[in-house]
Design a protein around this ligand. Structure first.
Ligand code: NAD
Ligand code: DAU
Length: 335
């Protein structure tokens, strides 16, 4: 049995990764280290095989706690823990610098102290900024880092620290950069679950600006499979861009959800644009396809339907989240 250390494993992508590894990789045990911020949710861990999964509540900025929780014979750290929402970073950036930058450095130091074999940093296409629309430009692994939001800047800073740990101290590192994920258990501050939850309750659907910003969507399990392959087959010190070649304008995404739920398009409300709103993300996934042999397994149509079905079947999950703290956030963000 190998043991891996997953940070942020009670969040959206981290919990999907934990599930995937427990389901599909038989010789791995997981220590799941998560601070349970507003985005971390113990409900996301229900039904896991507790003989192979151990949850530890802790903050990646707390070095003693990290060192205590890190197993001696740790095979790899997968760092999912982050403040992850762009709008929140625009309202207040300090938490993003703490967790995303300092927290990553503390994990890198701890990996060296405990001789962890490999460090996998879960990064984002947003570190590369924005692309022009109506052009065939794509993000590649050699695109310059040009982050535009405080969130993206903090994730870019983390990437630089991971690179520095590799170059200076020889830490065995992998960086993965993915586009917009969707799927089960995503916190309803992000576009797709927010639109599903509001539409289910016949509430208005806030679309920023003209609704024509483009995101490159990927089903969360496909992202997690690519992370596992990057860990298993990736070259130390390298970055891997992950994307399903699935560009969509926001307004198209919102209309597809309304149609699937049989709700009227009149619920759509165009609202003030996000400051510094990146116009288009699009990932050239050639490197993960050829070097890692990865391909997405879920089409956009299947993935969106699965996601909508999950939210329809798990209305208690979403009700528990849409409580006082979420209401306060929503009021502040949308008025
Ligand atoms: P999320 O907000 O759903 O989950 C983040 C998790 O990290 C939560 O469980 C939270 O409790 C935990 N966490 C936050 N601060 C912590 C701290 N200081 N110590 C320990 N745990 C802490 O985020 P997500 O959407 O699942 O994203 C996971 C990772 O993937 C992030 O690093 C994000 O930058 C990256 N990413 C996300 C997307 C996307 O579309 N959501 C795309 C590409 C990359
Ligand atoms: O590209 C990867 C990134 O995708 C990840 O690194 C981030 O963690 C993740 O949050 C996501 O960032 P985005 O800003 O692209 O995702 P979000 O769901 O917030 O917004 C998607 C698009 O929808 C974006 O163009 C803004 C728009 N939007 C979003 C919200 C919340 C709206 O029009 N209305 C909204 O209410």
């Amino acid at each position: 049995m190998k043991t891996i250390f997953v940070t942020g494993g009670a969040g959206f992508i981290g919990s999907a990764f934990v599930r995937l590894v427990l389901d599909e990789i038989s010789n791995v045990k997981i220590v799941n280290f998560d601070a349970l911020t507003y985005a971390g949710n113990p409900d996301n861990l229900q039904g896991l095989d507790e003989t192979r999964h151990r949850f530890v509540k802790g903050d990646i900025c707390d070095k003693d706690a990290v060192l205590q929780a890190l197993p001696e014979d740790c095979e790899a750290i997968f760092n999912f823990a982050a403040e992850s929402h762009v709008d929140r970073s625009i309202n207040s950036a300090s938490e993003f610098v703490l967790t995303n930058v300092l927290g990553t450095q503390i994990l890198l130091d701890s990996a060296r102290a405990k001789n962890v074999r490999r460090f996998v940093q879960i990064s984002t296409d947003e570190v590369m900024g924005t692309l022009p629309e109506n052009e065939t430009a794509f993000f590649t692994e050699t695109s310059p880092l040009k982050p535009n939001s405080p969130y993206a800047a903090s994730k870019a800073a983390a990437e630089h620290l991971v690179r520095a740990a590799h170059e200076t101290f020889g830490v065995d590192t992998i960086i993965t950069r993915c586009g917009n994920n969707y799927g089960q258990r995503q916190f309803p501050e992000k576009l797709i679950p927010l639109i599903i939850a509001n539409a289910m309750n016949d509430e208005s659907l806030p679309v920023y600006g003209d609704g024509k910003n483009v995101r490159d969507w990927i089903f969360v399990e496909d992202h997690c499979r690519a992370i596992w392959l990057a860990y298993e087959r990736g070259k130390s010190g390298e970055s891997y861009n992950i994307g399903a070649r699935n560009e969509r304008q926001n307004i198209e995404v919102v209309k597809s959800i309304l149609d699937a739920l049989d709700k009227p398009h009149s619920l759509i409300k165009f609202v003030t644009d996000r400051p510094g709103h990146d116009r288009r993300y699009a990932i050239d996934a050639a490197k993960v396809e050829t070097e890692l042999g990865w391909q997405p397994q879920t089409t956009w149509e299947e993935g969106l339907q699965k996601t909508i079905d999950w939210y329809l079947e798990n209305q208690d999950w979403i009700k528990r989240i849409r409580n006082g703290a979420y209401r306060d956030y929503y009021k502040k963000q949308y008025g």
